[in-house]
Write a protein that binds this ligand. Structure first.
Ligand SMILES: C[S@@+](CC[C@H](N)C(=O)[O-])C[C@H]1O[C@@H](n2cnc3c(N)ncnc32)[C@H](O)[C@@H]1O
Length: 384
């Protein structure tokens, strides 16, 4: 407990917690692997409390968080007095109720305090509760490997659940990287990121993934749409170098790539028009914070406006490169309406794009990330 308190005192949220812990343990060599695992768990639990009961001492918040995160006391029972142990239910709502009775400053609403900023279809209470549960690790099985990948997992006695023919959910600690050829046989991709595949329009030939990162959506598009002329871009060369390595593993050889800051207002190094632009914009990432709870803890609401402005600039630049009747697929992993529904209104009002569909893909009720998608079609003869 003391070691976790020390780390929490030192950590300021400027690097991912996973990176900070790795660096800390590299210096503090006295901790064995079991200690490292336990200390890391306590730190993650602490940040899962979000903004609840911030006035309480770190040790108290860790204790409360453990009570909420663990379905049973397990190895942690020494940290709790008898009444807590007696009230330890495997149901989270019952644990929340008990915690509120002994610590009235705690409310589930204060874990995620920006409820009025949420997209409309989100259940604020269910979403706040989801931060106490670590999401699953999801694999997307690539075409041709539908039988091999589950068989390899079975042979290695790794427990998994199949959500559909291509989607597998596993416990986060599962050791799969020596078992499965990642990117070739299966891609590590969240359940709802995989569901973006359902939104891809058929009959598109030229595709630009304009915020490609390491190419998760591009590989998905290749696997589903098959014969496409693919272009990828991102803001930094180093990002595209990672993508290049990943595409080699994924067997994708033919594509164009260029660096472009789509928010700079400068024109882009492509004269081409595309029949589909995938616009998976930078965002708050608030739909993924149960994987990175330190971001829930350190987030400041003003950042939503920063991202909203960036997203508008990116869409403004990208949509110039759509051919007539072409599609723009806008994606965020945010749960904030300013990044989602309000951006849809902005796009409808400012560009010759017609909304075909939009959906918030909820992940908080199934141990997955939440994503927002909106599909637009460029009008053949823009009005005005
Ligand atoms: C949400 S991520 C994309 C994830 C990716 N599509 C995938 O499926 O793995 C957003 C990406 O936008 C890029 N980005 C940020 N600002 C940008 C800008 N001004 N112009 C272009 N890309 C930008 C980031 O570098 C990041 O890789």
């Amino acid at each position: 407990m003391r070691s976790a308190e020390t780390i929490i005192g030192l950590y300021d949220g400027t690097v991912p917690l996973a990176v900070f812990l790795k660096q800390h343990f590299a210096i503090q060599k006295k901790f064995g692997s079991r200690d490292r695992r336990f200390i890391s768990h306590l730190c993650y639990c602490y940040y899962r409390m979000g903004h609840a009961s911030l006035h309480l001492p770190v040790s108290k918040r860790i204790q409360m968080a453990l009570f909420l995160c663990e379905p049973s006391p397990g190895v942690w029972s020494d940290l709790f007095e008898t009444p807590w142990l007696e009230h330890w239910s495997d149901a989270l709502p019952a644990r929340i109720q008990y915690l509120q009775s002994v610590e009235p400053s705690f409310s589930i609403g204060s874990v995620f305090p920006w409820q009025e900023a949420l997209s409309l279809t989100i259940d604020a209470n269910g979403f706040a509760c989801s931060h106490f549960i670590q999401p699953l690790l999801f694999l997307r099985i690539r075409p041709g490997y539908e039988k091999i990948v589950p068989q390899k997992l079975k042979d290695a006695a790794i427990a998994f659940q199949s959500l559909n023919e291509h989607c597998i959910g596993l416990a986060n600690a599962s050791k799969i990287d020596t078992l499965i050829a990642i990117d070739q046989e299966a891609v590590v991709q969240d359940y709802n990121s995989q569901r973006v595949g359902e939104k891809l329009p058929a009959n598109v030939s030229t595709v630009w993934d304009c915020c490609a990162a390491s190419g998760g959506k591009s590989i998905l598009a290749k696997d589903i749409l098959k014969k496409i002329d693919l272009t990828v871009s991102d803001i930094r060369l180093s990002i595209l170098q990672n993508l290049k390595q990943r595409f080699i593993r994924a067997g994708i050889q033919e594509y164009q790539a260029f660096v472009a800051d789509l928010a700079s207002g400068k024109s882009v190094a492509t004269a081409k028009k595309y029949s589909l632009i995938i616009c998976d914009v930078p965002c708050s990432g608030s739909g993924t914070w149960s994987r990175t709870p330190e971001q829930l803890y350190y987030f400041e609401q003003e950042r939503i406006d920063h991202y909203a402005s960036l997203q508008q600039k990116i869409v403004r630049t990208a949509q110039h490169h759509l051919e007539e009747n072409g599609y723009l697929l806008y994606i965020t992993c945010s749960v904030f309406k300013k990044e989602n529904e309000e951006q849809v209104s902005f796009i409808q009002q400012n560009f010759p794009l017609e909304l075909l569909s939009m959906e918030l893909l909820k992940g908080y009720d199934r141990r997955a990330d939440s994503l927002f998608t909106a599909l637009f079609k460029k009008r053949a003869h823009p009005a005005g």
